[in-house]
Design a protein. Sequence first.
Length: 296
Amino acid sequence: MTATALVTTGNPAPKRRMKRRTGQTIIWMIGLTLLTIVVIYPLLWLFASTFKPNSEFGSNQGLIPNAPTLDNYVKVAEGIAGISMWTFFSNSLILAVSAVIGTVLSSALAAYAFARVKFKGLGILFTAMIGTLLLPFHVVIIPQYIWFQKLGFVDTFVPLILPKFLATEAFFVFLIVQFIRQIPRDMDEAARIDGAGHARIFWSIILPLVKPALITSAIFTFIWTWNDFMGPLLYLNSPENYPLPIALRLYNDQTSASDYGATVTASFVALIPVLLFFIVFQRFLIGGVATQGLKG
């Protein structure tokens, strides 16, 4: 048998493998497409329902409205109970932005102390901090409410913002601690030789290197605060102080008949900032997850 014959007889195997890989790729693409449709369908339904009149809710379960209308957007733009939607939107924005600033700053400071500063009782305090992750939020609701009520802070944003500046989010503290521990201590020692203290090391060395963890903390804090219902429900009594999650309830409580069209539309409008925030910063989130696999 000649060399040409050997080459000719050896060709079918690679072709079969290529066809098999192509078939697997097609199957994966079909599966991922179906999964994407399942995940995105609720969002598409929510958007399409903003154009449905109230009469179609309950009778038209499909995606496309029978009689599209913009009345729901007009109602939402006008506001409710004499308060514009922009007021609710502004309240949510104030709470979310303040929570992001407070959580990221305080968590980073606490994480630096746990990861780089040696002091008596470090292990006990760190263990206690991790232990708070197992403590249900409902356990501390009554004590916290009593404290803020005696201080006169009920019906203000203080109970919702102040704890964020006290490093109360143990999950984010733990996350940043893990990032800081991956940074070589040689960098700290070199900075100390140059006369830098803890403040300069934290600001000039640590913070730039843990940016993925800070962005990840900011994303989750923004989303959780923007969608928070329990906290504002407990501490806010005046409608002009309501954020969007509480304001949505007004569309169902104002009369005996619920305004489903306005409720769905307001829900979609409230969802837009979260989607935009996540889209803008998602690459930092992915970078933070990828960095977890690296060692300094």
